[in-house]
Design a protein around this ligand. Sequence first.
Ligand code: MG
Length: 160
Amino acid sequence: MQNRIGHGHDIHRIVDGRPLILGGVKIDAPFGLLGHSDGDAVLHSICDAILGALGRGDIGKLFPDTDERYRGADSADLLTRVVELMKGASLCIGNVDVTISAERPRLGPYRQAICARIAELLGTNAAAINLKAKTNEGLDAIGRGEAIAATAVVLLVPAA
Ligand code: MG
């Protein structure tokens, strides 16, 4: 297997009454993200990027939101399943680049914890994970604080 690149994008609606989980880390906020699972747009975008690199479709195909088994699912468990597929293809993480688009809350203080958690789930070190957090300059649904989105690019390399 040669190097493989993949891209993922995800967006979830902001709602009251749910915990905010991004990159597998609980973020202190008065709202969370709506979703069949825990709504972790960051881990979902990474799942899709890895699946894209593997040529295995997307997260919705693997874990359908019509399947009751995945209701309230911990996205870390979903990513772990995707990582098993990656390992099965004799590939491992080269590097991951993630951008979170969120008008609030400020994510800078969580950057290190999120990178560490993503690295742990991917079986790599935190130096292989780059995380950028930006606002949407007040524009569109993200800018109005109605949604949070994440985009990820991953490079998979042959496992040693
Ligand atoms: Mg999602």
